[in-house]
Design a protein around this ligand. Structure first.
Ligand SMILES: Cc1ncc(COP(=O)(O)O)c(C=O)c1O
Length: 512
């Protein structure tokens, strides 16, 4: 592999009908003396052979008018950018806007486009199925659903062998809650603070992030416990997490012992002692918290938490909606690197590369508790969804995407950590594989979140230089990087150059 500097692209970046000159120099520092780089200099995007169609649809103004007049006003809140991005087409890790400008998509429609936009193999599988059969329900027996259930189950460890297909992650989590309650006869569910598990009335009860909470009753029987966040939380050190990059916090623990883990476990014990009955239905956790900002827990936390939950009659549910299908690099499923086997696993997003789908996988014994009535689901396991999901699983393997996530993700985090060491406002770089968070702070000593205004400036600048990333964290303080798993080392280097430039620009504005 070439060293970072020689692999960066420094000449120009192309937009259909427009080329911008660039003389950007790598390694610009945040020190005053080094803040001489012109804000016009832009790193060059890696090349791409794919030619998008010319956009001939409605004007941007008209689309925004419709969004304002005919769409729920709330959707304006999720329009991320001051100058919105109008997407026209996608190919693998690339997106083109209606003007033909190309973007490196490092957010993948929120960790959803797992194998690449309009991946040719998956698109061919979808086309084949569309020509054969669009829809029938599972009151009939058809091959695609069964092929997929068998294939998915073969990718999970014993005893997780029974699959129920849904339309979304929220639906999967809703049903997991119901299943846990039916199976245990208990009611209470524990989730982490800062977590996001969906937008349906039941799953918003599991959510612990004010932005997604409506003032309606939704949390009956749902209790949050302290998130064992080793960067922002009360405890944490430089050896706590399973990531190529550790926190900047110091650690005085003896080898093989993690004080932070013990403290966070004692918080969980306190939740059991104070906030729930002695028997509970379930504990819900993402292996790495997604919307919360790629938050990682101390090693062995989940293992001990699962033991405590099971002692109280509860089921352990892993929400793999973001972490599943190889994204974390070392394993197919995020829970595997915690050394635990959950009782129920929920999935969605990357499962079908953006086609609406979700799943619950559990044990035969737990699944049998669903027999107490009939649950009917018109679209769950739809033939087209099943064919696409099946092709996605094949593609993850055939294209070596889990390994690519590990390699590119590790490289990206290692390079981003160098920027963290350079800039006072980059507080933390963390994650596994291509599930990455970059937490921004006012300063490293306080770890106070960077203000939403400054976050937006950097975010907008990164987008204007041609890279789409996400934002998360309770205070919107963390940049989220969860690209299609086909991104390359050159893409990673390009992003590091862009991010360096955007943070540099931000520091320059602060100095002025
Ligand atoms: C971890 C997690 N669980 C569940 C969901 C809900 O999935 P969906 O939006 O498909 O309902 C999300 C969505 O962002 C998620 O990130």
């Amino acid at each position: 592999m070439l060293p970072l500097k020689s692999r960066l692209f420094f000449r120009s970046w192309s937009v259909v009908g427009q080329t911008c000159r660039s003389v950007f120099v790598a390694g610009a520092s945040c020190q005053k003396s080094a803040l001489k780089t012109s804000t016009q200099d832009i790193p060059e995007m890696p090349p791409c052979d794919f030619k998008p169609e010319e956009f001939k649809g409605m004007s941007k103004e008209r689309m925004l008018e419709i969004r304002q007049q005919n769409c729920f006003p709330m959707t304006m809140k999720v329009t991320f950018y001051k100058k919105p991005v109008f997407i026209h087409q996608g190919h693998m890790q690339w997106l083109w806007d209606v003007d033909g400008k190309r973007y490196l998509d490092l957010f993948a429609g929120v960790a959803t486009v797992s194998v690449g936009h309009s991946h040719p193999k998956v698109t061919a599988a979808a086309e084949r199925q569309l020509k054969r059969l669009w829809h029938t329900t599972n009151i009939y027996v058809y091959p695609t659903l069964h092929e997929y259930c068998e294939k998915l189950a073969s990718n999970l460890p014993e005893p997780l062998k029974v699959v129920y297909l849904t339309n979304s992650g929220s639906e999967a989590n809703d049903l997991a809650v119901m299943l846990a309650r039916l199976h245990t006869g208990n009611f209470d569910i524990i989730t982490f603070r800062g977590s996001y598990h969906g937008g349906s009335p039941q799953s918003t009860g599991l959510v612990s992030n004010h932005s997604y909470k409506y003032p309606v009753a939704s949390s009956l029987g749902c209790t949050n416990t302290m998130c064992p966040d080793v960067f922002r939380g009360i405890w944490g050190g430089s050896h706590c997490r399973d990531s190529p990059v550790q926190t900047i916090r110091e650690c005085s623990c003896a080898q093989g012992h993690c004080m932070a883990k013990d403290q966070y476990i004692s918080q969980l014990r306190e939740t059991f002692a104070t906030s729930v009955p002695s028997r509970i239905a379930a504990f819900f956790g993402e292996p790495i918290q997604g919307v919360g900002g790629a938050v990682q827990y101390p090693k062995n936390y989940l293992k001990e938490a699962f033991e405590l939950v099971r002692e109280r009659g509860g089921l352990c549910i892993a929400d793999e909606v973001q972490t599943g299908f190889g994204r974390t690099g070392s394993h197919m499923w995020g829970f595997q690197s915690h050394g635990v086997i959950p009782d129920i696993v929920t999935m969605a997003k990357g499962i079908a590369n953006g086609f609406p789908m979700g799943a619950i996988v559990t044990t035969p014994e737990i699944a049998a508790s669903f027999n107490k009535a009939v649950h009917f689901n018109t679209f769950g396991g739809n033939p087209v969804a099943s064919a696409i999901a099946s092709s996605v699983l094949d593609t993850v393997k055939e294209d070596g995407l889990q390994k690519n996530s590990l390699d590119v993700g590790t490289h990206l985090m290692t390079e981003l950590a160098k920027l963290r060491d350079k800039y006072e406002i980059i507080g933390d770089v963390r994650g596994k594989g291509l599930m990455i968070g970059v937490e921004m702070v006012k300063d490293k000593a306080s770890r106070d979140p960077l203000s939403p205004e400054v976050m937006s400036e950097i975010f907008e600048d990164v987008k204007d230089m041609g890279v789409l990333i996400g934002k998360g964290g309770i205070y919107g303080q963390t940049f989220r990087i969860k690209p299609p798993m086909c991104v390359t080392m050159d893409d990673a280097d390009f992003f590091v150059a862009v991010f360096n430039k955007a943070v540099h620009n931000c520091m320059e504005r602060r100095v002025r």
